[in-house]
Each structure stands twice: as structure tokens, then as C-alpha cells.
Design a protein around this ligand. Structure first.
Ligand SMILES: [Zn+2]
Length: 162
């Protein structure tokens, strides 16, 4: 790396430190010409696929937009910010792990739905009803049935013990 002061191409690393949380590496460098020191930071580059909207336009992934979707669905619901943050992380992990350069907007919608389903059933139905813009009442009923049916194993069969 060249010196930012005199543009000399020969600089030496004199110190390397890893940040406490391991998130970046900090290096002190010294110019072999003017002997001034400067610092560089090395961080992993986190890239998300571009989002392709229904009309074909591509937009950059935007975390605040995604958070907005969660907030809207979870309005006045008893879900902590920590849990919303975790759900956001899950969606982002999945997006990154795809390794794709671009994804359709509906994929994001599906990922958000999957997280909301785990977080809060009311929020899930809210989001799903807007997002899927149900074409008929049966479709809506099936999704409500899906989230309101009792969990397996907890069902009372009504049978009496011998
Ligand atoms: Zn220099």
C-alpha cells in the first residue's frame, strides 16, 4: 500500500491487531520514505444480492426497509426489539448464503413470512394478507387455519386413561 502522505509505494506493517470482537484487523504502517505512520482497517466485505422488483427494476438491499416491513407487521405486538433483530439477522444470513447476485422481491417476502410465523401469529397473518393479497377467501382461511391449529402433541384426544 502506498504512503498517503508522499505516495511512496513502499510502506511496512509495524503493528497488527485484531479487534476485540474479531470484526476487523487494524494495522499500523510506516512509510519507508517519509517515515510517517498511518492506520488501515481490514473488514470482511458483506454483500447482499440486488433485489429485483416486480416491474423488473433492481434496487440495493436495504436493511431499514426490511426492518420497516417487520415493524409494520409487528405494530403493537408484544415482540421485543432483540427478537426482531434476530429475525433480521436470519433473513440476512439466508440472503448471503444464497450467493446469488440478484433475487426476486418475492423471495424476501417469503423469508420475512417464515420469520414472522415463528415470532407472532397475528403479525404473520397481517403480513401475509397484504403480501399475498389473497385472491379468495378460501386462501385466507387456509392460512388462518395453518397458524391457529394446535401444535402437534398438545392436542387433547379426549380419550380417557384406562
Ligand atoms: Zn511517505
Amino acid at each position: 500500500m502506498k504512503c498517503p502522505f508522499c505516495n511512496h509505494p513502499d510502506t511496512q506493517v509495524v503493528e497488527t491487531r485484531v479487534a476485540e470482537d474479531g470484526g476487523f484487523i487494524r494495522r499500523r504502517r510506516q512509510c519507508g520514505h517519509c517515515e510517517k505512520r498511518f492506520t488501515t482497517y481490514e473488514r470482511p466485505e458483506v454483500s447482499f444480492p440486488a433485489i429485483v422488483k416486480k416491474d423488473g427494476r433492481r434496487i440495493d438491499y436495504d436493511r431499514s426497509r426490511l426492518r420497516g416491513s417487520f415493524s409494520l407487521a409487528l405494530r403493537k405486538r408484544p415482540v421485543s426489539i432483540d427478537k426482531v433483530d434476530m429475525a433480521l439477522e436470519h433473513v440476512e444470513d439466508k440472503l448471503r448464503s444464497l450467493g446469488a447476485r440478484e433475487v426476486q422481491t418475492h423471495l424476501i417476502g417469503e423469508l420475512v413470512m417464515a420469520e414472522l410465523q415463528k415470532l407472532d401469529k397475528v403479525a404473520y397473518i397481517r403480513y401475509a394478507s397484504v403480501y399475498r393479497s389473497f385472491e379468495d377467501i378460501d386462501q385466507f382461511k387456509s392460512i388462518v387455519d395453518e397458524v391457529t391449529k394446535p401444535a402437534a402433541g398438545k392436542k387433547d384426544t379426549g380419550k380417557k386413561k384406562p
